[in-house]
Design a protein around this ligand. Structure first.
Ligand SMILES: [Fe+2]
Ligand SMILES: [Fe+2]
Length: 315
């Protein structure tokens, strides 16, 4: 077996050991508890909002948790489609790699169903009027129009930050809803293999490209990150409005602006900054790009990273 096949074989092995079913292993008849947080403070940044009561902090973490789950449901639509497309390269040759990617896509289909279930449960636990605007098929169509190299880079970044969020912020938090916590424990268990397969496929795609194609792919990645930023910033506005309509206290215009800014920074941290700063992602990206390409990416990220720095200073 060659190295790639061996790596895929290990992913299949882990995937078989980790395999779980939504209802019988994870949900187990439970509902979301409205008296608990849905997202940990390490992801939600609500510690910045001192003027909120504990009840309002909890509501804001629940709104963020609902959006967090919906964003995963959103991105898994294009991830699954790309993985199925890549699996075609192995149809009549490496059957181990084929199985690895088939399991990967099957797991992402299951995760999308899980996140639809969570959205239904969150709708039952929270006040009416929440809106998650991005439509998965339209977003997937736009993402998949970009080069495979860029889609795999974005996917690798997502599947790495998923693990980081669970280990650093979700696992140590003792005040989260136990069901919400389990959702991301079970999700994390399968995402660990996905991140390995993303990297294998990203490197395989990279080896096929000439320098001009890689240059175009870098531009595509910059476009994709900008698109993610637009989506999460628009959702931050929508979630801030929804929160202000449903909070028990009346927030002043300054407080409302502060809530909006905190949500925007929290979502940028969750979906962009924590991934691009992930050591493994930075290492592979630096390996696959030349200095000027890496510099272009860093320049494009600058305004987003600067916004995050101010969160850190305020915290
Ligand atoms: Fe997933
Ligand atoms: Fe995944």
């Amino acid at each position: 077996m060659n190295t790639r096949t061996e790596q895929y074989a290990r992913c299949i092995d882990a995937s078989k050991r980790m395999r779980w079913e939504i209802e019988q292993d994870l949900i187990r008849g439970r509902v979301l508890d409205a008296d608990r947080k849905f997202l940990p403070d390490g992801l939600s940044c609500i510690q910045d909002l001192d003027f909120l009561t504990d009840d309002d902090k909890r509501l804001l973490s629940q709104i963020q948790g609902r959006t967090y789950a919906n964003v995963f449901g959103l991105v898994e639509r294009f991830i699954c489609a790309k993985v199925i497309e890549l699996s075609h390269d192995y149809l009549l040759n490496d059957q181990v790699a084929l199985e690895g990617l088939v399991r990967f896509s099957d797991e992402e289909l299951k995760h999308q169903e899980l996140f639809r279930r969570i959205e239904q449960m969150a709708a039952a636990a929270l006040p009416a009027g929440y809106c998650f605007a991005p439509e998965p098929n339209a977003v997937a169509e736009a993402v998949l129009s970009k080069s495979t190299w860029a889609v795999l880079a974005l996917t690798c970044h997502i599947e790495l930050f998923t693990q980081l969020h669970y280990k650093q912020s979700i696992a140590p938090d003792m005040q989260m809803s136990p069901l919400f916590k389990d959702v991301f424990l079970y999700h994390w268990r399968e995402e660990s293999q996905h991140a390995i397969m993303d990297e294998i496929e990203w490197r395989r795609e990279d080896a096929r490209l000439c320098e001009a194609e890689r240059d175009q792919a870098v531009d595509d990645l910059i476009d994709l990150v900008a698109a993610v930023d637009n989506i999460v910033c628009a959702q931050a506005d929508s979630d801030a409005d929804y929160f202000c309509r449903n909070t028990a206290q009346t927030c002043s215009a300054t407080e409302q602006a502060c809530i909006r800014a905190t949500l925007q920074k929290a979502y940028r941290w969750q979906f962009i900054v924590s991934g691009v700063q992930h050591p493994r992602f930075s290492r592979v990206l630096a390996e696959l790009t030349c200095d000027s390409q890496l510099n272009r990416i860093q320049q494009a990220l600058k305004p987003i990273l600067a916004a995050f720095d101010s969160v850190q200073q305020a915290a």
